[in-house]
Design a protein around this ligand. Structure first.
Ligand code: CTP
Length: 225
């Protein structure tokens, strides 16, 4: 298949940013993801001619809308999961660059908690979005869905990334080594290692997230087009 045909055939769905799990009317559990990496992947996707849906959690203003993409804002991990599942159909590339919260409070208080209430908050696990996409693909027998993940790790980075690639049945995973100063949440650059389904890998030199947006898509095209 030519690159042009591949870009016309596949729809691109990119997620980015954190999710929020509210504890009471104003407080939440989240993480410092800004959505920059996912934003630049979606941006590169539009420029390469893909039909792009950009699904983001609460991110800074400049990463909220990709020009000429369908932009959807979500809040919680379950919102993000439902929005992603809704868009999974034949010929879809899903790139999960988001950092969804893995836990949510068992119960949300419907008033602003007061100090003296000193509540015990029990957290319960959120569903895994990539796993639920896998379930949908199998149950509904949907073909040609390419799944790409990210792994942000500090210790045993490579080993954990490979185990996520296998467990989540991904075509490719991009390892973001958080122990490196030029990598991770909130910074302009990333130092990525790409790991393929056959576990072959390549460590890329540090680059801006803007340039990496294109490089990531070219890598997917090189291996899967
Ligand atoms: N991810 C997902 N659903 C979640 C959490 C993560 O689909 N509830 C996706 C992320 O977008 C990323 C990949 O799974 O592409 C790996 O995310 P990461 O947070 O590193 O992995 P976890 O599965 O949460 O594993 P752990 O917390 O054990 O590191």
């Amino acid at each position: 298949m030519s690159l042009d045909e591949f870009r016309k055939k596949f729809k691109l769905v990119v997620t980015s940013g954190p999710t929020r799990e509210f504890i009471d009317t104003i407080r939440f559990l989240s993480n410092p993801s800004t959505g920059r990496m996912g934003y630049y992947i979606a941006h590169a996707g539009v420029n390469l001619g893909y039909d792009v849906t950009y699904i983001h959690g609460p991110v800074p203003y400049k990463f909220r809308a990709v020009h000429d993409a369908q932009n959807v804002e979500v809040i919680s991990t379950i919102d993000m999961m439902n929005t992603v599942l809704h868009r999974i159909e034949e010929n879809t590339i899903l790139i999960m660059a988001a950092a969804p919260a893995d836990y949510r409070p068992e119960k949300k208080f419907d008033h602003k908690l007061k100090k003296k209430e000193n509540p015990e908050i029990k957290f319960i696990p959120n569903p895994d979005i990539l796993m639920s996409v896998n379930e949908k693909i199998k149950k509904e027998n949907i073909s040609n869905v390419i799944l790409i993940g990210f792994a942000a790790e500090i210790e045993n980075a490579h080993e954990y990334a490979v185990s996520k690639l296998i467990r989540k049945d991904l075509d490719m995973i991009f390892l973001n080594d958080l122990s490196q100063p030029n990598s991770g949440f909130g910074v302009e650059t990333n130092e990525l290692t790409v790991i393929h389904r056959d576990e072959s890998f390549e460590k890329w030199s540090t680059d801006s997230k803007e340039k990496l947006g294109y490089r990531i898509l070219h890598e997917i095209e090189k291996w899967l087009a």
